[in-house]
Design a protein around this ligand. Structure first.
Ligand SMILES: C[S@@+](CC[C@H](N)C(=O)[O-])C[C@H]1O[C@@H](n2cnc3c(N)ncnc32)[C@H](O)[C@@H]1O
Length: 262
């Protein structure tokens, strides 16, 4: 049996177990990450990993966590957040409630940075954030909003005070900030789009996808936006054909929905 067959068998089984379709992800990245798990336990083949994981659901979750890559931080690429801050008031004009979606929110750092940024410009009752991820464990951590002290490094004192409450050795996002967010288990490659949003963040998620899957996701994100709505992507996720999707480039990492396809 070839290495390709081995991988395809593993991918089929993994999709059955977790719902995650590995064919949409960057192939060499997926293999590299699975090899890390195999190396950790001394498994020589993907087949052996599958057999062991069949008897041990914790190992399936470990593979999922490794593959979904949950690395995040508060205000990642800070200058882009400053740009976003400058766009919020105008975006909210004429909209009774600004609807915001963070796709691939990981452990929540992005979504709470988002609430802080938008709340600087709008009253809390004028916006709501929906946050989704394919990884249930990451989502649970995001919802709890509990972080170690080193996660707060680099945040201004005012940001730390407004966002967090000290709980012994750890820091929890304040309740009124957590209450601004509704969390959803959602696969952007597969699941029904949850609605019309005025601002969508999908940052450092598509970078792990194959170029074909990235194209599908960008199209879905464009569909999820209201007219005039904004899509905010990660530093390595520029969109090269925005006009074909009814989007116009506005600054490098922001795309506005015009609805006009050229
Ligand atoms: C590197 S983190 C990015 C976190 C955050 N957006 C940021 O930029 O800091 C990527 C996240 O995308 C999520 N993800 C991967 N595939 C996904 C999918 N198909 N649907 C939704 N989320 C996905 C992962 O679980 C992970 O939490």
């Amino acid at each position: 049996m070839t290495a390709k067959n081995n991988f395809q068998d593993f991918a089929r089984w993994f999709q059955k177990e977790t719902g995650m379709d590995l064919s949409h992800y960057n192939n060499s990245q997926v293999l590299r990450r699975l090899r890390v798990v195999m190396g950790k336990y001394g498994y020589a083949t993907l087949e052996q990993l599958r057999q062991e994981a069949e008897a041990n659901p914790g190992l399936i979750q470990e593979c999922l966590t490794k593959l979904t890559i949950n690395v995040s931080e508060f205000f990642r690429d800070r200058q882009h957040w400053d740009q976003l801050a400058g766009k919020v008031s105008l975006l909210a004009e004429g909209r009774p409630l600004l609807r915001v979606w963070s796709v691939g929110c990981s452990h929540g750092q992005e979504v709470y940075s988002l609430v802080y940024t938008v709340a600087k410009q709008l009253p809390m009752n004028k916006f709501h954030v929906w946050a989704s991820d394919v990884d249930a464990d990451a989502l649970a951590a995001a919802k709890a909003g509990i972080y170690q002290h080193d996660s707060l490094e680099g945040l201004a004192g005012e940001q730390q005070r407004v966002m967090f409450r000290r709980q012994g050795a750890v820091f929890q996002i304040r309740e009124r900030i957590r209450n601004q967010v509704t969390f959803m288990l959602h696969d952007i490659l597969r699941d029904h789009l949850p609605g019309d949003f005025d601002l969508v963040l999908c940052r450092n998620v598509m970078i792990h996808f194959s170029s074909q899957a990235k194209q599908v996701v960008v199209q879905r994100l464009a569909e999820s936006l209201t007219l005039g709505g904004l899509l905010f992507v990660g530093a390595a996720e520029q969109i090269f054909n925005p006009e074909e999707l009814g989007l116009a480039t506005e600054d490098v990492y922001f795309y506005r929905k015009t609805g006009v396809r050229t």
